[in-house]
Each structure stands twice: as C-alpha cells, then as structure tokens.
Design a protein around this ligand. Sequence first.
Ligand code: ADP
Length: 374
Amino acid sequence: MPATSATLLPLLVTAVEHASDAVVITSAEIDPPGPQILYVNPAFCSMTGYGADELLGQTPRMLQGPQTDRAELDRIRHAMHQGQPYQGESINYRKNGQPYYLRWHMDPVRDTTGAISHWVAIQRDVTAEYAAQAERAQLLAAAQAALVARDQFLAVAAHELRTPLTSLLGYAYLMPKAGAQGPDALAALAQRLTLQVGRFKTLIEHLLDVSQLQRDQFDVQRAPLDLVSLVTRVVDEVRPTLPVDGGYLLTVQVPDAAIWVCGDAIRLEQVLVNLLSNAVKYSAAGSSVAVRLLRHDDAAVLEVQDQGIGIPPDTQARLFEPYFRAEGADAQAHGFGLGLYIVNEIVTRHGGTIEVTSVEGQGSTFRVTLPLDA
Ligand code: ADP
C-alpha cells in the first residue's frame, strides 16, 4: 500500500535520524547573524562533537575556524542569495578544536508562496579520505624521487665503474712493455693494477652493502674482539696498498693494553679501511695520515686524521647521507658518496657514534667512538 503524507512523515523522520550522513536544517536568513540551526540529526552531533542542545538556535558559523576557506563561504552565500542549491567541500571545526573536511550539499525548501523558508544540508565527514589522499600523494612523490635518484645513480655508477676498468685496460696494455723494462717497472705497474682492482672491488662492495641496507638485510654479527689487534693488523695490510709514488706517511698509535669491544670484526675493519682510503684519496701525495686508538672513559676512540683538502663547514653534517659528495670532491677523486654512509650505519649498529672535525685546506679528523665490551 503506497504511503500517504501522514504515514510517510514518521518514516522519513526515522530515516533521517538513523542516516549515517549528517543532516542540518536551518532557517532562511542570510544576512547577519545568518541562518539559525533548527534541526540536527545524531550523525551531525557525532561528527561535530556538539550536543543538539548546544547547536540549536546557533548559526553554522560556530563551526568555522582559521582553515575554513573564505572563498568557499562566499560561494555558499552567493548560492543562498540566488536561491540555488549548493554543493562543495569545506573545512569545519569539531567541538574539541580539530578541523575536519566536509563534502556536502544544501538545498532550499520553499513555502507555498515560493519563498525560501529553510535550507536543508546533507554533510559527510571526508577527513579520512583526505588523509588517505595526502598519504598517497606523499608516497607517490617519494616513489618518483626514488626513481629519479635511481636513474641518477645508474648514470654515476656506470661512469664510476668505467673509470677503474679503463685504467686496468691501460695497465694490461702496458704489461709487455713494463716486462721488457725489468722487474722494477713490472712491480710498479703491478701495484698500480692492484690499486685499481681494489678500487673496483670497493665500489662493487659499496653497491652490495647499500642494497643490503636498503632491504634491511645488512648483516652485523658482534662478538668480543680486541680493537688494538684489529687496528694494527688493518694498518699493516693497508700500508703496502698505498700509491707507490704517493709517498704517504701512515702512522699508527695504539695503547699497549687490549681494548675490548663487542663488534663485528669484518665490519669494523671495513670502517677503518674506508676512513683510511678517504684520508689518502682526499690528500695530496706525500702528506701524513695518522691513525690513533685510545681508551676514553667507557669508550674506545678511533681517529683517522689527514692533512688533505678538508670539508666545507656547511656540508660536514651531510657527509653521512647516501650519495652525498662535498664540493671539490669530484676534482680530487672519484666516488659514489656511499662509503661514509655505510661507515655510519656500521658504527651506529655497534651503538657507537662518528663525528668529523675539518678545516678546509688543512685536513680532516674522523673520530669513531664505540662502547667497550661490558
Ligand atoms: P666518496 O669518497 O665515494 O665520495 P664517502 O661517503 O666516503 O664517498 O665520502 C663522502 C664525501 O665526504 C666525499 O665525497 C668527500 O667530499 C668527503 N670526504 C670524506 N672523507 C674525506 C676526507 N678525509 N677529506 C675530505 N673530504 C672527505
């Protein structure tokens, strides 16, 4: 049986009272103080946080706040002046002061003379939708930035890997000539060759480490170890690989007694080798590189000091970011800008810290502090 107006009315009231969208009915005044709220459904109360008794008799302006778009309010007023329905989005404020995004439409209700007597607005809280959109936009921007970084990286990587390969090819070409010149020439060439192969190996290792770090698969296995022996051994191993014609003076100073830390020997060796190779890379031939290990309070302190090009003060804080290279680094030596990033990750995974002090044109000191083994 079709519903009559009389039977329909309570049904409509029930529908509006139970609707999940917020419904607000106001009077028709447009001029200040503006329309009065005459009815709100429970969804409107839960959306705004106000009770119906706090809303009735007020104007919807009580829900506006600093982020409410004034231009949108003008559009609403304009629609009301024209007696036209309005549809749009705006920002209102809940009773607790939190802003919320609102998608809504509002229609005029006319009396028998055709004059507007009320406005009925149906509103939906779309704050979560906005937050999800913002998150998606952020993720998209991050993904796009990662793609750009990857493309830049591939270009740099190809260039960096080609450089030692070109030298290796040149050395291989010179091999018969050096052989004919005698054992000294051959030995000198062999050392240059070893140096380039070492560089090539380091580049590949850096790439592998970064890939593991980015996939959270970077392995650090810690056990008690004596840093004094590790530092002594690593310096002894690095010394013969220094450029033969460079004449670098590598000094090492370690205490007599062992310094025990809980560390991964391979990774800590990697830290020292990286700092040493940077010290040599960013110094002029013939300068000194000093390695110092000491015990300070409850910590082991490892310093690598050079007399090289130094690092501009404004870039020192960024040295440990991946792919970062200070101004002037390119002119001095090739690199990916990954070594210090990896060093910092290793040191941090040992509960330690790394810092740098540097004066441009005078040199740099990298200082690693590691907790002693309990
Ligand atoms: P790479 O040497 O491959 O560029 P690193 O991560 O090892 O990468 O170093 C990052 C940057 O820090 C270098 O490009 C260089 O600008 C600067 N740097 C590192 N060590 C030194 C040093 N001992 N002296 C001067 N600059 C250094």
